[in-house]
Structures are given as C-alpha cells and as structure tokens.
Design a protein around this ligand. Structure first.
Ligand SMILES: O=P(O)(O)OC[C@H]1O[C@H](OP(=O)(O)OP(=O)(O)O)[C@H](O)[C@@H]1O
Ligand SMILES: NC(=O)CC[C@H](N)C(=O)O
Ligand SMILES: [Mg+2]
Length: 488
C-alpha cells in the first residue's frame, strides 16, 4: 500500500503534491516521487529513495513546474527497493504517459510477456507498476487517434482492466489530455476524488486517503467506485465511467486495522470510528472471556492501536496509560523492507515508563500481530519494567496467510500465527494470556459505519482471495521470490 496523489489545477501544483505526500508518508517510507506537466507539454520528474523530506530539496521543487502532476510514496511489494522502481513511471509513447500505482498485480510476468510479444514494448524493471503503465499505454496507442476523446480513454481502460489482475488504485497523466484515475473491480485499495474552487475555476485532486485532500484545501467529493475511471482534462472538464464487468466493492480490511490514518474516511467509513468500534468489541470479548483476570491498566502499543486501547479501557473500566513512549523520528516498523531493520527499529522506537508497569497486571493492546516483531520485544520491555502479569490483545484476528494485493507479506512462514494456536503464540511472545478479535467482530466494526460494504478482502485471515484467481503455485512462487532471504 503506497500513497498516491494526482492534481489538475489552474495554478502550480508542486507544493500541494508535496504537502499531500507528507500526510500520506505512513503508506510508504521507501521512496518518493513527483512528476508535473508544464504548458510546453514537458514532464518534470524527481524520484529517489527516502522520505518525502529527504527526496525533495528546494532545487527539485523549483524544477517541478506546471499546473498538473502526480505524486507517490512507495512501500515495495514487487521487484526491489531500488530507486529505479520508485514511482511515478514514465513512457514516451503514445503522447507521453506517467503513472502512479498503489496495489499489486498478480499477473505481471504474463503481462510482460504479452507486452513483448504483442506490443514490442520493453519493461526495464521488475516492477508490476511499470508493466501496468505499459499495458495502459499500449491500449491507448491502439485507439490510433491524434486526440483522445473521453470515450477513447475509457475504452483503453476497459481493455486494460481485462488484461491486468490483482489490486490497483492508479492515476495516470497523459500529455495534451489530462489525468485519469482508476480503481480495480474490487476496489481493494482506496482512492478518493476532491475539488477546490479557485477564482470561479474548479481544481480536481485524487488521493489514496481523504486526509490528503483536507491538508491541501480540497473538499471531499466521493470515493472512486470499483472498476470506475475518472478522467479530468487539463481544461478542468470531468468525465467518469465504469470500465469493468461486474465490479463489486471488497476493500482490504487491513486498511482499517493498520494502514490508513485515523483522520481519513475510506469508502464511507471513518477509520477512527472503525478502530473505536474494534476496541468496543474486543473489550467486550475480554470482559466475557476473562472474568477472573485482574487487569490493573490498559497500555497501547503506539501508535496505531492508541484509539483501540482507549476504548477497551473504557469498556473494562480500567485506567488507560501511555506506558510506552514513541520516538517520533522513527517511522513505522512493519513497512520497513527487511526483518533485521524491523527488529532494531522497534527498540529504537519504543521505550517504557517503568512506573506504569511496576508490580501491575498490564493489558497490552495492538492493532495486529503479524510477524510478532513488535510484540516479542515490547513484552520483554514490559517485563524488564517490572510488570507482574502481562496480557495481550490484538484488534485483528490471527494473520495466517500471505497477502498478494499490496501488503508485503509474501510467505506464511514469516507469520507468527501460521500453524500455531493462540496458546502457542502467547508462549512465543512471552505473555500470560492472549486474545484475538473474531473476524466477524472486526467486519461489523467497519460495516457499522457503512452497511453497504458487504464484503472485504480478508485473505490474510482466511486464505480466500477476492479475485478468485490465486493458486497455490502462485503463492509458492512469490514466497520463493520475495522471502527475506531472497530479497537480500
Ligand atoms: O507483528 P509485527 O510484524 O511487528 O507487525 C504488527 C505491528 O506493526 C505495526 O506497527 P508499526 O510500528 O508499523 O506502526 P504504528 O506506529 O503505526 O503502530 C502494527 O501497528 C503492529 O504494532
Ligand atoms: N504497496 C504498493 O502499493 C506497491 C506498488 C507497487 N506494487 C510497487 O511495488 O511499487
Ligand atoms: Mg504498531
């Protein structure tokens, strides 16, 4: 899950894209990029490894001229972390097209073969996003038009949707035309549309999360629908069409658990409200199943679980305390690319306030336990701070299956819950007792905010993939290619 942005404006967009990427930084910490298009039909691109503040200096910002552009923050889920796979990607034909992608394609090898055999197009990296851009460019080219109508763009998108598989929320920019944003037929990754009135003119913006619109002064209009494409011309005309057969909203449930910021609204659901509901239900489960346990204090594992833990404390009638202090200069550990890096980052990131643990029975709350990197270490830290009993609650159920839609969890063997019972996991992370949220409670916590969402992608809990085309062979392949050792 990367963060993407696209803006068509009547004034320079470089600063707004930069500001939007800053608030989407939690979606990708590995690389960042911005491309703009100026009035002379030229693209200006800056992309490199690093955080937004590292990648863009004054000199780069000055070069990013133009009233339309795209931005990306990357969390790699295909290929490598190399700067050559940072986004936006660019192809010069037809017209000049650039693209930003959040998600993960599950048939990129097949696409690369098709591109070579049918279109004689070369893909220079192992990135799925570069293959996606080339497929789109190929279908745009097939229209054989000098100037594309909205209908030409939508028909290219229809053909693209027929070719590509997996999860994709994208924005592409076409020289001489405009921006086109599109979302896969299951709407697995989020994408929103916003607008801003400026001197009687309307500017449009696409972003992964609504928080990006708020930050740069755009008002939320709506979510892009599953399978929909929205085309905004450089003149500010807007067109939209559903370009996929049988679209059905099945958003990734992990966006609500962990990825998205609490101040975002995704597919009609406030992420904050959903997390509070998760806390409510998990608190009720603890009260129901552990009536004899004496919990003295509830402590969150900062920072995503803070809102969940506060609600659990309220339900249990137990004090909530910030027993861990988070170093604000260390980023999210789960989305770091290697296990060695993740392990050392947890210790640099979190430290205890001993008085909150000493002699107490503490309930530690996290949004999820994935590899167990965080929980193993913070339990040790809680013991060292003098905790008596340590209970642990996870607002997500046991994660036992790989993700193929834009979360870098390629192999079940990395997952602490794979092949283990709750008691075995408790023993491994060193807690006295452990509880996981039930999947149905997690789903209801989100549906409570928007009952129209009937189904989620819950593959990490169930091993059932919403696209219906994930085979055991494919899972073996990505496990071989992307496990920690192979990446090294
Ligand atoms: O079991 P693990 O493999 O450790 O993964 C789960 C942990 O990683 C995430 O935190 P992260 O530090 O990435 O971000 P946060 O500060 O937003 O909680 C998540 O919130 C859990 O704490
Ligand atoms: N997390 C993502 O959305 C990643 C996008 C794309 N698959 C990449 O690896 O660059
Ligand atoms: Mg966390």
């Amino acid at each position: 899950m990367c963060g993407i942005v696209g803006i068509v404006s009547h004034s320079p967009v470089n600063q707004s894209i930069y500001d939007a990427l800053m608030v989407l930084q939690h979606r990708g910490q590995d690389a960042a990029g911005i491309v703009t298009a100026d009035e002379n039909r030229c693209f200006h691109l800056r992309k490199a490894n690093g955080l937004v503040t590292d990648v863009f200096q004054q000199v780069h910002m000055e070069r990013l001229r133009g009233n339309a552009g795209l931005g990306h923050v990357r969390y790699p889920t295909a290929g490598s972390s190399s700067e050559f796979e940072a986004q936006p990607f660019y192809v010069n034909s037809p017209y000049g097209v650039t693209l930003v992608h959040n998600g993960n394609l599950t048939n990129s090898e097949e696409l690369k073969e098709k591109l070579f055999k049918v279109a004689r197009r070369h893909v220079n990296t192992k990135s799925d996003s570069e293959a996606l851009l080339n497929i789109l460019a190929y279908h745009i080219d097939q229209t054989a038009k000098y100037h594309l109508s909205p209908e030409d763009i939508f028909s290219a998108l229809r053909l693209t949707n027929q070719d590509i598989r997996g999860a994709y929320a994208c924005v592409a920019m076409i020289i001489g035309h405009g921006l086109v944003a599109f979302r896969d037929p299951h709407g697995i990754r989020p994408l929103v549309l916003g607008k801003r009135e400026d001197n009687g003119k309307t500017d449009y913006m696409f972003a992964s999360e609504s928080v990006a619109l708020d930050t740069v002064g755009f008002e939320f209009v709506r979510d892009i629908a599953p399978g929909e494409a929205v085309y905004v011309t450089f003149e500010g005309e807007i067109y939209s069409e559903i370009c996929a057969d049988n679209p059905k909203l099945c958003p990734c449930i992990f966006e609500y658990v962990y990825f998205a910021r609490p101040d975002s609204t995704i597919d009609g659901v406030s992420v904050y409200a959903a997390r509070v509901h998760m806390g409510e239900r998990l608190g009720q489960k603890i009260a129901r199943e552990w009536p004899d346990e004496q919990i003295d204090v509830v402590i969150p594992v900062p920072e995503t679980s803070n809102d969940i833990a506060l609600r659990i404390a309220h339900v249990l009638g137990v004090p909530y305390r910030q027993g861990f202090v988070k170093n604000r200069y260390v980023g999210r550990t789960f989305i770091m690319p290697g296990q060695t890096q993740r392990v050392s980052a947890v210790r640099r990131k979190l430290n205890t306030i001993a008085a909150e643990f000493k002699g107490k029975n503490v309930l530690l709350v996290d949004d999820s336990i994935v590899r167990g990197t965080t929980s193993e270490q913070i339990v040790d830290m809680a013991r060292a701070a003098g905790a008596n009993k340590i209970y642990f609650a996870s607002a997500a159920p046991e994660i036992r299956y790989p993700n193929v839609y834009g979360i870098d969890m390629p192999t079940k063997h990395e997952l602490i819950a794979y092949g283990r019972t709750t008691e075995e996991i408790a023993k491994l992370i060193g807690v006295d007792r452990l509880v996981f949220q039930d999947l149905s409670s997690l789903e209801i916590s989100i549906q409570q905010e928007n009952p129209h969402i009937r189904e989620f992608d819950t593959s990490v809990f169930t091993g059932t993939y919403v696209t219906g085309d994930i085979t055991a062979e494919y899972l073996d392949e990505i496990a071989d290619q992307r496990n920690d050792k192979a990446k090294k």
